[in-house]
Structures are given as C-alpha cells and as structure tokens.
Design a protein. Structure first.
Length: 149
C-alpha cells in the first residue's frame, strides 16, 4: 500500500475522534461519498495502517489487576517478545532501549493470577533474566487520538 494521503489521514482523524462514526458522517466531514469512505477504511484496515476496536476499562470487566512488566533478557529479544505476546493476559509488548529490554502490559483477574503469570509463566520464558512488576493503581489517562502526520 502507498502511504496514506490527506483524505486517508482525515478519515483516520475522524475515527480517532469517534470510532463509532458512521461512514455517512465521515463522508460529510471529509468531502467524499459514503462508498468512497467505506472503501478507504477497508483498504486502511486491510493494510494494517489502522484498526477500529472497542477500548474497554479492564476493571469494569472483572480484571482487578493491571501491570506493566519490565523484562531484562539475554540473547535475541524477538523470541522473548513473541513468547510474551502469545500469553493471553498480555495486551501490549514492546522491545525497548533503556532500563528494560522489553515491556509487557498485562491484565489479570487478581493478585494471585498476576503472581502465577509472572512467577510461573513469564519468568519461565527462555531468555528472561529478570522482571520488574509495576502495578497500576489508577488509570489517569488513556488516549488513542494522537493525530496523524
């Protein structure tokens, strides 16, 4: 896919503002037909440029504990990142530069669930040397509307 053009970026901005906006409303905002907007949204999602999802508050869905796990690893980082990403409790994994080699955000049902995940499964991944669990006390801000360039 070619780089998104100005119209694509305008569509993305509208969906960042309101992910439930109708194709008709987006069409009015960007000056295209509803069909053209639908086609562009499908092209952008098929190409992996964006995805439209429901963002939830895990605490409202029975997940009492969220945490960021800092991981120090040895050897190649990609296999460790892939193993972390395969865990169902992990919703975010990045390879980083700095104090940690990787960061993994997790959602768990309880403290005992978090303990089992970290001690029983994450630390058992080949290449994981050390973990640091940063438990979330309060979600102050969560935004996916950083705009487009």
């Amino acid at each position: 896919m070619t780089e998104p053009d100005g119209i694509d970026k305008a569509i993305i901005a509208e969906l960042q503002r309101d992910g439930r906006a109708s194709y008709a409303a987006i069409a009015d905002a960007v000056g295209l037909s509803e069909t053209a907007v639908r086609n562009r949204v499908m092209r952008l999602t098929d190409a992996g440029v964006m995805q439209v999802v429901a963002v939830t508050d895990p605490t409202q869905l029975g997940f009492a504990r969220q945490a960021m796990i800092g991981v120090r690893a040895s050897g190649a980082l990609e296999p460790v990142a892939e193993a972390l990403a395969a865990l169902p409790e992990v919703d975010y994994v990045v390879i980083t530069a700095g104090s940690y080699d990787l960061l993994a955000e997790v959602v768990c049902e309880s403290d005992s669930h978090l303990l089992e995940l970290v001690s029983g499964r994450i630390r058992a991944i080949e290449g994981v040397r050390e973990t640091d669990t940063l438990m979330y006390l309060k979600l102050q801000k969560q935004s996916y509307a950083w705009g487009v360039r």
